[in-house]
Design a protein around this ligand. Structure first.
Ligand SMILES: Nc1ncnc2c1ncn2[C@@H]1O[C@H](COP(=O)(O)OP(=O)(O)O)[C@@H](O)[C@H]1O
Ligand SMILES: C=C(OP(=O)(O)O)C(=O)O
Ligand SMILES: [K+]
Ligand SMILES: [Mg+2]
Length: 527
């Protein structure tokens, strides 16, 4: 995890590429979000996923009912206990997702050049000529020549089970389409994506609200993944809704950018959201293929300078059925890291793939290699310049901590925080060593009962590149006297030693408040 001699912007000796990487305790600084489902819900597999490096679990409510997800979550909790690896919980909404419903689940063969009708009458039986959909406004939204994509849920693109259609005519509420490729649709549910078309459905549906206020509240979800975020107003609305749902006023909202409308409003959305998910699955259908990379680079840059976590999706689809990614996919993962991604989100690979654990571990290894050659120096300078002067005190402290840690080759940065703000600011400067964010709980009251803050803040750092949280004992008062600081620091160092990230004689940079003053100190360990 130390800064390496290889830098992409300098000539690399070819033989050095083959030198095995030093093993490190943390699989990677880049985080991995795993979507949980049929192939990733036993305690055994979930333990494997956590050990391989998954630190956020995504529960996608486009699929399965709350009871099913609850069972998976209970198993996840058991796996967390067993492995002692923390994991945050992300609830992914259905939103304005269009779906084709195939009640009988009979396979549907579609022939290129034939026509098929999309009808909003869900009572009808799906067939080669007729596909019932869950939305009655499609005929008003599309016109002749528009493109529609229908795929299996979490389609991987390599399947023969997805189909492109071209709208040839609108008849009342029905949409008549010409089939562009031969395919067989199998299963009960397919998602439908009308390319570059505005769908007049709310971003947070009634069903989503129901799930959030029951399942979400019960399970204190750390992240809401807001599917098809199209406007800043969508984020504001979701946040307002969450603020009335018990503990969920602390839930972070991650806006999923999955179509052109979201792309067009990216800057405003980023201002409102706590983080961004670059949903390349859907966006890759909405955008011309030659434009996808540009969106990725531009969006990650904006997230980085804003200091907000960015998550990239759909990286190793082919690992759904294979033990090895394609070289294009492997290169893509590394590029996502070099472009500035905080986390990689796995979809079909962990949900229904044959190799969930191996996929996480492969992706983690690629991320770790990319991190090693990431030009931190260049990035740091650009970020400082972008922020300009005067910097806020806290940002100046955070960037100084990173600079000092690199200069003295510290093995870890320990950052005390309550709100998580200081730790996030340190992560913004992309230190080459892990940051142990020691979250100090704060006692608070809503005039009905006393409780401690901190658990959300700690778990929410599990999606930020380089942050590794530790929740301090709530018996330590939040007031930063030097005595309490020293005892918490000792616990943090012991934690670091136990996990292997801190060794005798290492240097450690500590960021904390002493009295009213924020300080960065460098300590040299003895044994
Ligand atoms: N309980 C604490 N004890 C010591 N230092 C702290 C504590 N909480 C935060 N700090 C330090 O205070 C500064 C402000 O950090 P920040 O995360 O913004 O704090 P807060 O949680 O109070 O918003 C940083 O230097 C941080 O390391
Ligand atoms: C992750 C994505 O969305 P979904 O919720 O459909 O998996 C995506 O579109 O990349
Ligand atoms: K979804
Ligand atoms: Mg999507």
């Amino acid at each position: 995890m130390q800064s390496s001699h290889l830098l992409l912007e300098e000539p690399i000796r070819m033989a050095s590429i083959l030198e095995p990487s030093k093993a490190s305790f943390f699989p990677a600084m880049t985080k991995i979000v795993g979507t949980l489902g049929p192939r990733s819900r036993s305690v055994e597999v979930l333990s494997g996923c956590l050990k391989a490096g998954m630190s956020v679990a995504r529960f996608d409510f486009s699929w399965h009912d709350p009871e099913y997800h609850q069972e998976t979550l209970e198993n996840l909790k058991a796996a967390v206990k067993l492995t002692k690896k923390l994991c945050a919980v992300m609830l992914d909404t259905v939103g304005p997702e269009l779906q084709v419903v195939n009640k009988s689940e009979k396979a549907i063969s579609l022939e290129a050049d034939a026509t098929v009708i999309l009808t909003p009458d869900e009572g009808q039986e799906a067939s080669s000529n007729l596909l019932p959909i869950n939305f009655d406004g499609l005929s008003k939204a599309v016109k002749k020549g528009d493109t529609i994509f229908i795929g299996q849920y979490l389609f991987t693109g390599s399947e023969t089970t997805s189909v492109w259609l071209e709208v040839s005519e609108v008849q009342g509420n029905d949409v008549v389409c010409v089939i562009k490729n031969t395919a067989t649709l199998t299963g009960a549910l397919f998602t439908l994506h009308a390319s570059q078309i505005r769908i007049e459905l709310p971003t947070l549906s009634d069903k989503d609200k129901e799930v959030i206020s029951s399942w979400g509240v019960k399970n204190k979800i750390d992240f809401l993944s807001l599917s098809y975020t199209r406007h800043a107003e969508d984020v504001r609305h979701a946040r307002e809704f969450l603020s009335k749902q018990g503990d969920l006023y602390q839930t972070q909202v991650f806006a999923k950018i999955e179509n052109i409308e979201g792309l067009n409003h990216f800057d405003e959305i980023l201002q409102e959201a706590d983080g961004i998910i670059l949903s390349r699955g859907n966006l890759g259908i909405d955008l011309p293929p030659e434009k996808v990379f540009l969106f990725q680079k531009a969006a990650l840059y904006k997230c980085n300078v804003a200091g907000k976590p960015a998550v990239v999706t759909r990286v190793v689809d082919s690992m759904t059925d294979n033990l090895r990614p394609t070289r294009a996919e492997a290169t893509d993962v590394a590029n996502a890291v070099l472009d500035g991604s905080d986390a990689i989100l796995l979809g079909a690979e962990t949900l229904r793939g044959l190799y969930p654990v191996e996929t996480i571990s492969t992706v983690g290894k690629i991320c770790a290699e990319a991190e090693k050659v990431f030009n931190q120096d260049l990035y740091f300078k650009k970020t400082v310049k972008y922020v300009g002067e005067p910097m806020t005190h806290l940002e100046s402290i955070a960037s100084s901590a990173v600079r000092a840690a690199i200069k003295v080759k510290a093995s870890v940065i320990i950052c005390f925080t309550s709100s998580g703000r200081a730790a996030r600011l340190i992560a913004k400067y992309r230190p080459t060593m892990p940051v142990l964010s020691v979250v100090i709980p704060r006692l608070k009251t809503n005039q009905l009962k006393w409780s401690f803050s901190g658990a959300f803040e700690a778990r929410q750092s599990l999606i930020v590149r380089g942050l590794f949280p530790m929740l301090a004992d709530p018996r330590h008062p939040a007031e930063s006297t030097s005595a309490t600081n020293e005892s918490v620091l000792k616990v943090a160092l012991d934690h670091g030693k136990a996990s292997g990230v801190v060794k005798p004689h290492d240097r450690v940079v500590v960021c904390q408040k002493v009295g009213d003053a924020s300080v960065v100190k460098i300590i040299e360990l003895e044994d």
